[in-house]
Ligand binder design. Structure first.
Ligand code: NAP
Length: 284
């Protein structure tokens, strides 16, 4: 890729960002499609965020991604927010639309697209979701918007689960949401008639690699789809238990790829060459 006087800048704001795959993912896609854009990572803290966003605005960048811990604090710095991102309460993607910075949230879109790409139907599905952080909230709202029939949100901190359930019950008719304490017995009971189990907690990820929201294959039906937002490690303890039970499993790498693909589409209006990016960057 040749950087020219017309190359437009995109980037990632957050801390830490040096480990992120987003620069490799987007630059590989720009190169493949011959688009004159470049994507860089900018270490940004709560303290520097408003100055960084003002500078990006002045430099007329094409857009940027926002990651932890800034997904909420960027909201007052934007000129507009998509209806979905407003319901979710945070953004991970910002587009410069004729000088106005508009916020979107593509985490849930990425998760739902990954399910669909794997032939898992969301319409009418009964979902047990463990976790109520930012990623869980984004996925829950998107699953409800895409026609899920029931979502049971299990979380250690019940108020956060209740907040997600309220947002769905108030705003998305057709989906019934409920909040429960994250406890293996009640989760296992709900799994008796669920279609999809989603782990959106940090359990399974370093330093909790040996933890899982379900501890035994005997608690999982063979026809349950089990997905984990975690992509490092690629096979969490939960996914290993689910494989043992004979369930279909999905890790978080597809969600990561497709949330990037949705951001790419918002910025460029084009489809990301996902198979190329999967091969070149993700190698799965
Ligand atoms: P977050 O906002 O910090 O939420 C963390 C969630 O994990 C909360 O529900 C929290 O419960 C729960 N949790 C943390 N430690 C726990 C423990 N010891 N026992 C029980 N629950 C615990 O983080 P997030 O951004 O939503 O991310 C959640 C997970 O999704 C992470 O593993 C992250 O890597 C992954 N993720 C993946 C993608 C992707 O593209 N694949 C995208 C975003 C996130 P409390 O509310 O009680 O604290």
């Amino acid at each position: 890729m040749e950087i020219t006087g017309e190359t437009r800048l995109l980037g990632l704001l957050g801390s830490p960002v040096s480990h992120s795959l987003s620069p490799r993912m987007h630059n590989a896609a720009f190169g493949r499609l011959g688009l004159d854009y470049v994507y860089l990572a900018f270490e940004t803290t709560q303290e520097s965020l408003s100055r960084v966003v003002a500078a990006l605005r002045d430099m007329n960048v094409k857009g940027f991604n926002i990651t932890m811990p800034l997904k909420k604090s960027v909201l007052p710095l934007l000129d507009g927010i998509s209806p979905e991102a407003r319901m979710i309460g945070c953004v991970n993607t910002v587009a410069n639309e004729d000088g106005r910075l508009i916020g979107y949230n593509t985490d849930g879109l990425g998760y739902v697209r990954d399910l669909k790409e794997h032939g898992v139907s969301v319409r009418g599905a009964r979902i047990a979701l463990a976790g109520a952080g930012g990623a869980a909230r984004s996925a829950a709202i998107q699953l409800a918007l895409d026609g899920a029939a029931e979502i049971a949100v299990f979380n250690r901190t019940l108020e956060k689960a209740a907040d997600i359930a309220d947002a769905i019950n108030k705003n998305i008719p057709g989906c019934r949401a409920e909040a429960l304490c994250l406890e293996e017995g009640s989760l296992a009971r709900r799994l008796e008639d669920a279609d999809i189990l989603v782990n959106a907690t940090a359990l399974g990820m370093r330093p909790h690699e040996d933890a899982s929201v379900i501890s035994s294959p005997g608690l999982l039906r063979r026809d349950l789809v089990v997905s984990d937002f975690i992509y490092e490690p690629s096979r969490t303890k939960l996914l290993r238990i689910a494989e043992e039970a004979g369930c279909r499993t999905l890790n978080g790498s597809g969600m990561l790829l497709y949330q990037g693909a949705e951001a790419f589409r918002i910025w460029t209006g084009m489809d990301m060459p996902v198979e190329y990016v999967r091969r070149e960057v993700f190698r799965f």
